[in-house]
Design a binder for this molecule. Sequence first.
Ligand SMILES: Nc1ncnc2c1ncn2[C@@H]1O[C@H](COP(=O)(O)OP(=O)(O)OP(=O)(O)O)[C@@H](O)[C@H]1O
Ligand SMILES: [Mg+2]
Length: 283
Amino acid sequence: MSVPRTLARLPSRSRSARPPRHGALAPSDALAAGPDTSHGVILYLEEITVSFDGFRALDSLTLYVQAGELRCLIGPNGAGKTTLMDVVTGKTRPDSGSAWFGQMIDLLAHTEPEIAEAGIGRKFQRPTVFERHTVFENLELAMAGSKSVWRMLVARPSAGERERIDEVLETIGLTARRFEVAGTLSHGEKQWLEIGMLLMQDPQLLLVDEPVAGMTPQETERTAALLTSLAGNRSVVVVEHDMDFVRSIARTVTVLHEGRVLAEGSIDQVQSDPKVIEVYLGE
Ligand SMILES: Nc1ncnc2c1ncn2[C@@H]1O[C@H](COP(=O)(O)OP(=O)(O)OP(=O)(O)O)[C@@H](O)[C@H]1O
Ligand SMILES: [Mg+2]
């Protein structure tokens, strides 16, 4: 069997670490254990194709994300960026290809809630916080997750839980506003709160779609600092059109075009790539 060219230079799970067909871990145990990133890679997408009525939104797309990485995804409207996130989170099933979270978790074998439980968090563009609750309560509710909102409402958070909320409040820079009702926050602050709500679930991979759209320059700058601080302990994939923002956070940029990877490299490499200038940056 021939190995795709892209795999030859990567620590691919497909070649070196394919899990045994009747492996020691049941799928549910693999989920609970979270992603196995012992090969340095947290996300493997290989030859993913997604068609809508014959139109290929993703066209045999292959992409790898390293553990701890902050990756930016850019590309023109309709390139397939959101569809890629839909595949990773289980919202959209590809027609073909494979998608693995670490070595052991086959994303195509799991439902959306199972994938979230395994450690993939997703932030949509519009903030969806509980407007009538305080910042603190929003984080408390997020901690309850799908488990028991009822329990959370009747019980006070334990010392450990309060500590975790305090930690996240610090991370997202909203400690001083903890007792304010979320509805009074600025657009940027709501975005940070929602990132905080995702962090309460301690995801190993965070997908963030257009985080700085509608933000002031100051908020954009703080968001760059926040996302940069999150990488390392976890992996973050950010879709964004704001190139100054991309420049301020990204080590590696992947450019999508017509459902495929057009270019990948440092921001300087992709910004000077004639193919990228032609389809995207030259607009
Ligand atoms: N549910 C769907 N049904 C039909 N076509 C779809 C569906 N979802 C996406 N598409 C199409 O697939 C293509 C890729 O869309 P996608 O939303 O992934 O692009 P994008 O890169 O996120 O673009 P943008 O920068 O505008 O957000 C587009 O042509 C879009 O119209
Ligand atoms: Mg999109």
